[in-house]
Write a protein that binds this ligand. Structure first.
Ligand code: ADP
Length: 344
C-alpha cells in the first residue's frame, strides 16, 4: 500500500470535535510507508487528552484492518519558531484565572495539574500568585528548588508535577508587597531560569483579578488558553466577566468556565445542598458563548486534601475526584480543539 492509499484510509477517521475527517481537516502532516509499517505524523497538540487519544487509536485500528502497523508522531506547526519563543519546550500553557480570590482557583489549578499528570502527561505547575502563593502547601512540597552551577533552578516534583512558586523564594507567610515592575521581573525570571525540561502542559495559577501578573503573563508567554474559575453567585460571576474581557483584549483563548463550590455534598446526610445557587457557571458560559468545563461541589475533603497535600483528583474512590477528572479531561480536550483549529 502506498502513501496516497494510506491517506485515503485515514479519511475514515473522524475528529470527535471538529466535525470532519482528519484528512479534510488538514491534520495529517506526513505519511511514509515501508513494508508493513506506516509512519504518520498527525497535527495533534494535546497529549493524553481523551479525544486525541481516541483519534490516534482509531488511526491504528483503521490501518490494522489493512494489515499495517501505524507508527504515530504528533506535531502542530504553530507559526512561532523556537528561538522566538519563551519556554520553547513547553507545548501548552494553561492559565487558571478568577475574577476574585477565594473561589478555589488554586485548588482547581493544582487538581488540573495532578489530573493531567495522572493521565500520563509531563506537567509543570507554576504558582504565579505572587501575592498569596499557596501551591507548595496544597501539594505538601517537601523540597525546595535546587540551584545549579549556572544559576538556574531545578524545580522540585510532586505527583510527577514540576513545581515552581514564589513561596519557595520568599516563604508563604511573608506578606509580599510587589510593585508592577518587580512582579514582571520576578515572574520572567521564574520562567526563564528554571529547568522545566520538556513539558506537555504548564498550568499557571494566576493571582485573582486583572493586575500586573496577569498582564505580564499574557504579554510574555504564548498562553494556549485560560480556565476561568467562578462560584455560582452573581458577584463572583460579575468578577469572572472582567477576567474574560481581559483575555479577550489579549486575544487569549478561553478553554472554558469551571464552576467551583456548586453544591454542598453533606458528609452526614449524603444529600447535596445548593449554597451559592445552582447552574450559575453553566449559564454564564452559555451567555458568553464559552465552553462549560464542569462543576465541583463543596466537599470538605477538597479542603483537607489541600491542607494535607493530596489533591482529591488522585483519589479514585471520591465522587468529587470524578468531577475533577471530568474537568481535567475537558480542559485537555479543549486544548486539543484550539491546537487542531490552527491547522484549518
Ligand atoms: P483561590 O485560589 O481562589 O483564592 P483556594 O483554591 O485557595 O482559592 O481555595 C480557598 C479555600 O477554599 C481553600 O481552603 C480550599 O481548600 C477551599 N476550597 C476550594 N474549593 C473547595 C471545594 N470545592 N470544597 C471545599 N473547599 C474548597
Amino acid at each position: 500500500m502506498d502513501e496516497s492509499a494510506v491517506r485515503d484510509l485515514l479519511r475514515r477517521v473522524e475528529d470527535p470535535d471538529l466535525g470532519d475527517d482528519i484528512v479534510s481537516l488538514n491534520l495529517v502532516n506526513d505519511v511514509s510507508v515501508e513494508g508493513d509499517t506506516a509512519d504518520i505524523s498527525l497535527a495533534l497538540g494535546a497529549p493524553y487528552s481523551p479525544h486525541e487519544t481516541q483519534i490516534a487509536n482509531r488511526v491504528r485500528a483503521v490501518l490494522a484492518d489493512e494489515g499495517l502497523e501505524a507508527n504515530l508522531t504528533a506535531n502542530v506547526d504553530d507559526d512561532l519558531s523556537a528561538d522566538e519563543q519563551i519556554l520553547p519546550n513547553v507545548e501548552n500553557i494553561i492559565a487558571v484565572a478568577s475574577g476574585k480570590g477565594g473561589v478555589g482557583k488554586s485548588t482547581v489549578a493544582v487538581n488540573i495539574a495532578a489530573g493531567l499528570s495522572q493521565l500520563g502527561a509531563r506537567v509543570g505547575l507554576f504558582d504565579a500568585d505572587v501575592y498569596g502563593p499557596n501551591v507548595p502547601r496544597m501539594v505538601d512540597a517537601d523540597e525546595v528548588p535546587r540551584a545549579t552551577e549556572d544559576d538556574t533552578m531545578i524545580p522540585p516534583e510532586k505527583f510527577g508535577v514540576k513545581l515552581m512558586s514564589m513561596a519557595f523564594l520568599v516563604g508563604e507567610d511573608d506578606p509580599v508587597i510587589w510593585r508592577g515592575p518587580m512582579v514582571h521581573k520576578v515572574l520572567t525570571q521564574l520562567w526563564e531560569d528554571v529547568e522545566w525540561g520538556h513539558l506537555d502542559y504548564m498550568v499557571v495559577d494566576l493571582p485573582p483579578g486583572t493586575g500586573d501578573a496577569q498582564l505580564t503573563l499574557l504579554q510574555s508567554v504564548p498562553v494556549t488558553g485560560a480556565v476561568v474559575v467562578t462560584t455560582p453567585q452573581a458577584v463572583a460571576i460579575d468578577d469572572a466577566r472582567k477576567g474574560l474581557r481581559m483575555f479577550g483584549r489579549h486575544d487569549t483563548n478561553v478553554l472554558g468556565i469551571a464552576e467551583n463550590m456548586s453544591t454542598f455534598r453533606c458528609p452526614d446526610c449524603g444529600n447535596e445542598h445548593d449554597i451559592f445557587g445552582r447552574g450559575g457557571g453553566a449559564k454564564f458560559a452559555e451567555d458568553n458563548d464559552m465552553p462549560f468545563l464542569g462543576s465541583i461541589p463543596i466537599d470538605p475533603s477538597v479542603r483537607t486534601g489541600g491542607d494535607e497535600g493530596k489533591p482529591i483528583v488522585l483519589d479514585e474512590d471520591s465522587e468529587t475526584g470524578d468531577a475533577f477528572r471530568v474537568l481535567t479531561e475537558n480542559v485537555a480536550n479543549n486544548v486539543g480543539i484550539i491546537k487542531r483549529r490552527t491547522q484549518q
